[in-house]
Design a protein around this ligand. Sequence first.
Ligand SMILES: C[S@@+](CC[C@H](N)C(=O)[O-])C[C@H]1O[C@@H](n2cnc3c(N)ncnc32)[C@H](O)[C@@H]1O
Length: 397
Amino acid sequence: MTLDVLRTDRPSRKELGRVLMESGALSSDWAPTFAAVDRAMFLPDLIWPYDMTTRTSSPVDRQKDPDAWYDAADSDIPIVTQWDDGAHRGPGPGELSTSSSSMPSVVYSLLQDLGVEDGLRVLDVGTGTGETAGALTHRLGRENVTTIEVDGAVSAAARECLCRHGLYPQVVVGDGFEGCPDAAPYDRVLATVGIRSVPTAWINQTRPGGAILAPWGTFYSNADAMVRLTVTSGVATGPFTRSVEFMKLRAQRGPTTRHDDYLSAGHLEDAERSATDITEEEFVTGRFTDLPFVLGLRVFQCRQAVAVKRDGARPVWFYGLTDSSWACVMFRDEEARASVWQSGARRLWDEVTDAYRWWKRRGSPELTRFGLTVTAHGQRAWLDDPAQESWPVCSPD
Ligand SMILES: C[S@@+](CC[C@H](N)C(=O)[O-])C[C@H]1O[C@@H](n2cnc3c(N)ncnc32)[C@H](O)[C@@H]1O
């Protein structure tokens, strides 16, 4: 991290603020914080801006190309700041991005959704660069903000940036899954790291009537949705609010699914063959659409992998996470009915089809009509009303 003076008063930063305001991501009550807490204050010299179209990251070094560095800082994109839990060295991207500065539009939408007012106490899980903690501290005061980060080096860099700019939240190194009991109770818990199950510790450390806002998802895909849970007497319940994609909590990244392991357990030629009327257009709807998220809510312990389309053919694979069952649906441009292969004890495509038809029968409800209730007995997802239609969703622990 360099101590060079930051370029302030940048037109590109003002333009970003204007765009965020216009889109509604930045609300007027958070505008003074946006103006005071500059993302560039928290970025290291070497960053990897993420290109949302190509889904790739390339290095940008502030010392070598300051214009490109500021350009990235002032763009509404995620910026990777660490690879492979810090094991990666060198300017090229590593295997897995493990810490980042989130998209400004997402950060300020979440801060808005958090619903804070003066005097509220917040636990920020996943300190990362420290920008979110810095924004919360600017708004609520140092005595009201605790931020926890699992990676000691990431936390130390964030603390340095925060202190250098006169922001002093309580910075803690630890597993955010356990919350931070020392500073509890909190009025709000905000996570900027994806979870598959809501930790009981967060519920226990939240004041009755308080709220937990976190990116939540299943193993079905990387698509998460923000869930805003209100806590009362050991129960947390509330709706999904928007679709997002966050890097996952270290312990909840999920099992690695190796295609070859599944195919060697049940060979393609021995798989059960059938066909489906469901078309590629209906099924492959894109990463940030409702369908993959909803299928993840309905299909137990299964991972989907949508392959790249080649020569008019697109396979979509499904891997069972409880055994070596797999399925494949092959959409081909010239074929009205897609071919299906299923292998193992589970019929994964049948399970996915049942979930798809359930969703269609209900009029393809949007993600925001779904919600989650978490109790000591587990997690249940629901549609519209938890008392009417709810079902258990798997948790990894
Ligand atoms: C997307 S970044 C957070 C961005 C951050 N809000 C900011 O302002 O830059 C997610 C962070 O969560 C951290 N993380 C992963 N697992 C964690 C855990 N179990 N407890 C606390 N932090 C964790 C990662 O190391 C990473 O720094």
